[in-house]
Design a protein around this ligand. Sequence first.
Ligand SMILES: Nc1nc2c(c(=O)[nH]1)N(C=O)[C@@H](CNc1ccc(C(=O)N[C@@H](CCC(=O)O)C(=O)O)cc1)CN2
Ligand SMILES: Nc1ncnc2c1ncn2[C@@H]1O[C@H](COP(=O)(O)OP(=O)(O)OP(=O)(O)O)[C@@H](O)[C@H]1O
Length: 208
Amino acid sequence: MNPLASPVCYAEDAEQARDVANWRRAERKHLLTERAALSITDRQAMAQALAGHLDQLLARRFGTMSGLVLSFYWPIQSELDLRFWAVRVHNNGVKLALPVVETPQAPLIFRPWTPGCAMQRGFWNIPVPDTVESVLPDIALAPLVGWDDQGYRLGYGGGYFDRTLAAIRPHAIGVGLSQARLTTIFPQVHDIRLDAILTEKGTAHEQC
Ligand SMILES: Nc1nc2c(c(=O)[nH]1)N(C=O)[C@@H](CNc1ccc(C(=O)N[C@@H](CCC(=O)O)C(=O)O)cc1)CN2
Ligand SMILES: Nc1ncnc2c1ncn2[C@@H]1O[C@H](COP(=O)(O)OP(=O)(O)OP(=O)(O)O)[C@@H](O)[C@H]1O
């Protein structure tokens, strides 16, 4: 074996990782600008349509979801607002949770949420339930900034969902806009494929 091969290879890997990180930063910015340009009415219609697809997918895979814990998200930065759907799901007896960055650069934790429960501002100013209790979700909705046909997700660039899916393995469903599709996100070793991706147009990806 050529003794020089490994260091050269590492140098190329580091360069490639840097290129991908730079490309993702630019794509994120572009996708977030495009999403923010949609009208509130359009986003509400998309959220309604997506909620319908979610109901179908969850009923098909999990039936009534009785006894299961499902995590959703508190919308930020023009994300589709599925809180009306979360209230409906809660009223059907499903336990809900929200993700929390408790420790930077560590997996997310999940705190139980009920409609109207006390909230506080967390990391990045994202509202989180004001409780010390935590739960493990069986199903986790992952908000998407971008996505690809293989089921890979682009988020806000903290690596939080990937770290979480590497630590615990809920059924992970990415939710986002059909217009946020990328040909590929150039998956890196840390990227974990989601079990399904849903947009306002329906199922874009589903693992068998
Ligand atoms: N509504 C909502 N809640 C959520 C998430 C989400 O995507 N949406 N998250 C899903 O995981 C977690 C928070 N995710 C975060 C991801 C990145 C950064 C952040 O600091 N980003 C840096 C950019 C990093 C980089 O590009 O290198 C920044 O903008 O400064 C913050 C929070 C938990 N809660
Ligand atoms: N399992 C992991 N362990 C350690 N670091 C990780 C892990 N997953 C991701 N990271 C780090 O997080 C950084 C950002 O990852 P990536 O670009 O995939 O974020 P993202 O999926 O867009 O963000 P988020 O999930 O927070 O919305 C990567 O450079 C990587 O170093």
